[in-house]
Design a protein around this ligand. Sequence first.
Ligand SMILES: [Zn+2]
Length: 435
Amino acid sequence: MSYHTRRPLTCHGDGRYARRVALTPSRTVDELRDLRELTGDENGAQRVAWTPVWRQAKEWLSSKLQELPLEYEVDAAGNQWWTLRGASDQAVLLGGHIDSVPNGGWLDGCLNVLAAVEVLRRIAGEGTPAVTIRLVNWADEEGARFGRSLFGSSAAAGSMADQDELRDLRDRDGIALPDALREHGVELDNAIDARSQLQRAAAYLELHIEQGPVLESLDLPLGAVLGTFGVERHRITWRGQAAHAGSTPMDQRRDALAGAAKLALELREIAARTGDGAVLTSGGVVCKPGIVTSVVETAEQLLDMRHLDAGKLASMWEQVREACERFAAEERLEVEHERIWEIEPILFDETLIGFADEAIREVAGTAHRLPSGPLHDAAEIARAGVPTVMLFVQSLRGLSHTKLEDTKPEHLELAVQALDRLASKTIASVAESAK
Ligand SMILES: [Zn+2]
């Protein structure tokens, strides 16, 4: 690809020519609005992965990078990579995802991609960087069409191990996942060849909207992310006795819903006792027989628990089990539980968290560290052993995955500046250790 030569040229020691480009954070905000215009409608963003609108968004993104001296490739999992060769082949990766949920927000995923585009412009404008810089647009972070999140990043991280399940996934119209992927040039069976992309990765940086209310409640624009929560999900089944709603005195009932209800409230106490951002959710209770004239015989309760500390997560489950036994005794019920899904907490890199802190302090005055409740591509990359950190920028009202998702333009601009500074610090550090 070629340089444009309309602007003044700067001669560099290596004989290459580059045009100096000052970081222009307002351009990122303009480009985010352009993308919204191009790929959204009155209900929000429609860049669902493996659809024509997603393809359109990817082509638009490519067009934004055409002016820069980058190598371009699409890997076996459909991830787009742009590489700016540096003096060292050790690479600093900047990543994000341009796909969205249906009726999604205008910032989730694409903010990091477009902020990284701006950072790449600045770095490329200064000539050959000390280390190689790569921008990645991960394929299908959201899993909106087939219900499988983090597709491209899990393929690159080598953690994609559910090929057989993936083969059987179908969308609402009955289209199988492998067929949809093939339309976009991806063969499911080859997807894990994307692993080779992380071979020279020395660091991975990702900026994202917070998607929660913490930074707004602290009145801070930016935060350094410590890692992503570990998650445990359990199904808790309470068993009592169905009995007539009219003829059974209150003190003679074995009401399964009473156990579930007591536990739902106890979750608040467990969260308060555990602290450090512990969250527990009873997201669903199904009662049987579920008719107005009967005491509940069985209540199937779903539990989701999250914490950044594996030990605290384990202690939360201990407390839940103890509470289950206590409430079962009080209500004369039987209770059993089954673990349905779990993922361990993933901690980001201490050094990079420090750089993120510094970068935020430089552009916004005050830094804050916080965990991430949602999973992100960054979690997959960290799990693969690449030193990783994320920056969060404040989300207004904590809303995301809705067209109401928003962030103040001045905060978006600060976020671009912070990512740029974080990238510079990381590049310097990787270059130093590559010597
Ligand atoms: Zn996202």
